[in-house]
Design a protein around this ligand. Structure first.
Ligand code: SAH
Ligand code: SF4
Ligand code: F3S
Length: 470
């Protein structure tokens, strides 16, 4: 399929909002609740905020209790089998709620159902599901919902046709928090790493226009948000499809120029096109957090090539060194896949060696999961699940040891943190994040939520730091 960026006009979104108003009027004074259950990455969290935005315009309040909900929307992930199994298990469980509330509407959307075989599975084996739509149809959720809601005999609606990708501005948003916000700067992915399903379900890379992004960032700052996380599967290729001469580093600078006290974070950076310009910009922009999530996936060059990652371990290590030369306090995290098809024990040892060289602040480690339709799914895979588990456990032990050591280095130091919520635990009742994104628990007045404070770190473990306000 040729690349096609499908822009949804603002008029079309206004039509959807009219449908929201229509539904709101039809349902009248009747109190109504919706449950939106989100799986997967921050992109999905951001999408769920749009679904909630539409639902709020229809007069729905929100609950996380499926027995109370008149509408349930399950926003799914397809990245690993485990994610899909959790979704299917939980959708199956909704049977009880639907029996108790036969008029309940159940919708399943997101990446998992954009795969034909999964949409079929829902159609055949999950008759309680009334509505299925993929990420490209999210902008017309109200119209689809109306078809289900006002059909005489409850009609099932399935909308998951293949698509290179839509870009829609102006969808109402109901954000999750009041301190931290997600801001999608681009959708989709062009990289086709051989293990990954994302490009198939999310379509090609589409950057939002810089002016739309900056306007949204301004609104967030004006509304009092203190942390903005720019989202994309590969933020380093931001703008390449727009032909406007604005790259990701330029975009950071534009957002940094917005007056106010707030932090800019972003994810995810692909090592194949992280540039010196980016590191320099991060160092120069005082609002940009010194945090870099730079997934390496493997430390072995043959495996990296088979994964289609377009860099080798030497290039990766050079980038880490360069980034650290601009920001000595940079917090670096990564993703790693253990047991990619054909990975040998010796090749896996290269991954351990690379991790010991980089010394990541935190690592997200996954056992390879076969995804239907991806090139890696047909590659010979000799290692057993047990072999992979042994490798995984070994990597996790290394990761935890390094994280623990890095956290211990903060003890006795004073760090500026953004307080973002309560922990529910009496001794350290507040949670916060350092500039680099490390979790800090502290004791203090809940009125500090949403404020930047200086904290002296007194103790730490693998996962968090503990301290008190200075
Ligand atoms: N766009 C991001 C990654 C998004 S998916 C990037 O390229 O860095 C998040 C992580 O899930 C990936 O970094 C990878 O480590 C993991 N992942 C993706 N597909 C996987 C698969 N088939 N099996 C196991 N882990 C996978
Ligand atoms: Fe998947 Fe690779 Fe794209 Fe990340 S860059 S979403 S791992 S294909
Ligand atoms: Fe999952 Fe889709 Fe994100 S597959 S990781 S929810 S882009």
């Amino acid at each position: 399929m040729a690349y096609e960026r499908k822009e949804i006009s603002i008029e079309k979104i206004r039509e959807q909002e009219k449908i929201c108003a229509e539904i709101n009027e039809k349902l009248g004074e009747k109190p109504r609740l919706a449950m939106v259950d989100t799986y997967g990455c921050q992109q999905n969290e951001a999408d769920s905020e749009k679904i909630r935005g539409y639902l709020a315009e229809m007069g729905y309040g929100f609950t996380m209790n499926e027995f109370e909900a008149d509408i349930i929307v399950v926003n799914t992930c397809a990245v690993r089998e485990h994610a899909e199994m959790r979704v299917l298990g939980n959708v199956g469980q909704l049977n009880h709620a639907k029996k108790a509330k036969p008029n309940q509407i159940i919708a399943v959307c997101g990446c998992m159902v954009q795969q034909e075989h999964m949409a079929e599975k829902i159609r055949k084996s999950y008759p309680i599901v009334d509505m299925v739509f993929g990420p490209h149809e999210l902008w017309r959720f109200p119209e689809l919902l109306k078809q289900v809601m006002f059909s005489k005999k409850r009609k099932r609606v399935f909308e998951t046709s293949p698509c290179d990708g839509t870009v829609a501005e102006g969808i109402p948003l109901k954000r999750d928090g009041s301190v931290k916000a997600w801001l999608s700067i681009m959708y989709g992915c062009n990289n086709f790493c051989t293990y990954c399903i994302v490009p198939y379900v999310r379509g090609r890379e589409r950057s939002r226009k810089p002016e739309d992004i900056v306007a949204e960032a301004r609104e967030l700052v004006a509304a009092g948000y203190k942390e903005i996380t720019l989202l994309g599967q590969n933020v380093n290729s931001y703008g390449k499809d727009l032909g406007l001469n604005v790259d990701f580093a330029d975009l950071i600078r534009m957002i940094n120029d917005i007056p106010g006290e707030f932090l800019i974070r972003f994810m995810t950076s692909h090592p194949k096109d992280a540039t010196e310009k980016l590191f320099k910009t991060m160092a120069e922009c005082e609002k940009c957090a010194h945090q870099l999530h730079l997934p390496v996936q493997s430390g072995n060059d043959r495996v990296l090539k088979a994964m289609n990652r377009h860099y080798d371990s030497a290039k990766y290590l050079k980038q880490v060194e360069l980034a650290r030369s601009y920001m000595p306090d940079l917090v670096i995290t990564t993703d790693i896949i253990v047991g990619f098809p054909g990975e040998t024990d010796e090749e896996f040892e290269d991954t351990i060696r690379l991790c010991e060289k980089v010394r990541y602040d935190a690592m997200f480690t996954f056992i390879y999961s076969k995804r239907v339709g991806t090139p890696a799914a047909t590659m010979p895979d000799a290692a057993s699940r047990e072999d992979k588990q042994v490798r995984f456990d070994k990597l996790l032990a290394v990761a935890n040891k390094i994280s623990g050591e890095k956290h211990a280095e903060y003890e006795g130091k004073t760090l500026r943190v953004l307080v973002d919520g309560e922990t529910g635990k009496p001794e350290f009742n507040l949670s916060s994040r350092t500039n680099g994104g490390r979790l800090v628990h502290l004791k203090g007045d809940p009125a500090l939520i949403g404020k930047f404070v200086d904290v002296e770190i007194e103790s730490s473990n693998t996962w968090a730091l503990y301290g008190h306000e200075k």
